[in-house]
Design a protein around this ligand. Structure first.
Ligand SMILES: [Fe+2]
Length: 479
């Protein structure tokens, strides 16, 4: 919870009169009023954030219960929303029990929302937790079947989203999108977010698991920073600051994330803490973190007491020498390789703290990786990094326009040869991951979709890697 100012949260109103479930309301009425579904996020041991969106300015009542039929209600209240926040609703629920599943719903007049399910974070000593891990879901490039797969998993505590939740351009390869142009204005960003929240797989994922999300560049524009973006032309698209402010506002309105600073830390008992970084809002040509976030991160590394540190970084942390390949630079300066000073400060802090249980959790590069994070001299490993692939966004075979598991095989072998700390890389498949944390190990499992363009695609478990306590090394897991 550090890094977040609780006073800035949109608090739910005082507890109101009972929102009883009287009167039959048709599902179509609920669909009309709550067409963007329900969501929860940022779980803490005694609470969680609830989210929905309604179609009109109105009073919105909410209820939280132990059971799906709402016979054991534990919290209720009401709040208001309006056009100033695009009719989105956020409710901070407190007073809940740790590590407990709850059900929630909203109500406008007689219309009741779909029921959502969520789970609070644990406290104290726990035997394990499991997360879904996702990034890079381009609506226009495919169907979100992998999201649906995670929705159906009954064993997840939360879903960690590492960014590229939306994409800003207009390129309808598989599915058409709204608006039908690059998104620039606040209205554009709101429209694109609203469209995403009509996807049935994503809606189910939100309604069944709390999200712990940060953003990457595509929530604003390609390769974005505080001072500009590769995907932004001030001459034709106006001042970058205006566009970034619009993207930020829409993200906070439409995501189940607490208001305030996006970099934040969530505690999962004594087993782990989750540090979510914001590598876009404070980035300049000199720093990926910005001074404030850097100091906060280093202090967290030094002061933290949890057995494992999970660090959600939207872009790859480990150094990567890219082999000669058509269309690729030798170094990707959009990831931490473009900011070696910031990375060195983090690596040295981990080393000084004797912390070998830091695990970087990464998205962005539309491919699957398990990496030993080397220190600056590459003489030893100071941490580990697991990278989840894209849900649908183009990966290397599509980028190179070659069939999967052909041209990329050569590149994968070349990457491993040039980067001995890279222990596993797969450049072609789309999907999602799960991450299981126990006192003994952190294990990442990759699940791949058979075809991103197929609404009936199937999902299979493809790879499994782990790091064991105090090793700072990854190793394959046979399954
Ligand atoms: Fe992406």
């Amino acid at each position: 919870m550090s890094g977040v100012d609780r006073r800035t949260f949109l608090k739910a109103g005082a507890v109101a009169g009972a929102a009883t479930a009287g009167g039959a309301v048709s599902a179509s009425a609920a669909t009309a009023v709550f067409e963007h579904g329900v969501a929860s996020g940022d779980p803490v041991p005694d609470g969680v954030l609830l989210w929905t969106r309604v179609v009109t300015s109105s009073e919105v009542r909410w209820e939280v219960a132990h059971d799906e039929s709402f016979s054991r209600i534990v919290a209720r209240g009401h709040t208001r929303t309006g056009a100033h926040r695009d009719h989105t609703v956020k409710v901070e629920v407190c007073g809940l029990r740790p590590s407990t599943r709850y059900y929630y719903r909203f109500r406008v007049g007689d219309v009741v929302s779909p029921v959502g399910r969520t789970k609070t974070a644990p406290s104290g000593d726990i035997s394990g937790v499991k997360f879904g891990v996702v990034s890079c879901a381009n609506w226009m490039a495919g169907h979100f079947v992998p999201y649906g797969y995670l929705a159906d998993r009954d064993d997840l505590d939360a879903v960690i989203h590492l960014g590229d939740y939306i994409y800003p351009h207009y390129d309808p390869k598989v599915r058409d999108a709204q608006p039908q142009h690059e998104i620039i204005t606040l209205a554009d960003y709101r429209t694109r977010h609203a469209m995403y929240k009509t996807d049935p797989h994503l809606q189910r994922l939100h309604s069944l698991h709390p999200f712990i999300a940060t953003w990457d560049d595509n929530e604003s524009a390609d390769n974005s920073s505080a001072v500009g973006a590769l995907g932004h032309d001030p001459a034709t698209e106006g001042p970058w600051a205006v566009r970034l402010a619009a993207a930020t506002q829409a993200y906070f309105e439409w995501m189940p994330i607490r208001e305030g600073l996006m970099f934040r830390r969530l505690q999962y008992g004594s087993l782990l803490d989750i540090t979510m970084l914001d590598l876009r809002s404070h980035r300049t040509p000199e720093t990926i973190l910005g001074a404030r976030q850097r100091d906060w991160l280093i202090k967290g590394i030094c002061d933290g007491t949890a057995r494992w540190r999970l660090i959600g970084t939207s872009v790859m942390f480990s150094p990567l020498a890219i082999p000669p390949a058509p269309g690729f630079p030798s170094v990707n300066t959009d990831q931490w390789d473009g900011f070696p000073t910031d990375r060195e400060i983090v690596v040295r802090a981990l080393d000084r703290a004797g912390m070998k249980n830091a695990v970087f959790l990464t998205g962005d590069i539309h491919s699957s990786w398990a990496v030993d994070v080397p220190d600056g001299s590459a003489l030893k490993s100071v941490a580990t990094e697991f990278i989840t692939t894209s849900v649908t966004s183009d990966n290397f075979d599509e980028f190179l326009k070659v069939p999967p598991r052909t041209g990329s095989l050569v590149l994968e072998a070349a990457i491993m040869a040039k980067n001995p700390h890279v222990r596993f890389v797969e450049l072609d498949s789309h999907g999602v991951s799960t991450l299981e944390v126990t006192p003994d190990e952190v294990r990442m499992d990759w699940f791949y979709t058979s075809d991103r363009t197929d609404p009936q695609a199937t999902i299979r478990k493809a790879h499994s890697w782990r790091t064991r306590h105090n090793t700072a090394r990854v190793e394959p897991v046979l399954f």
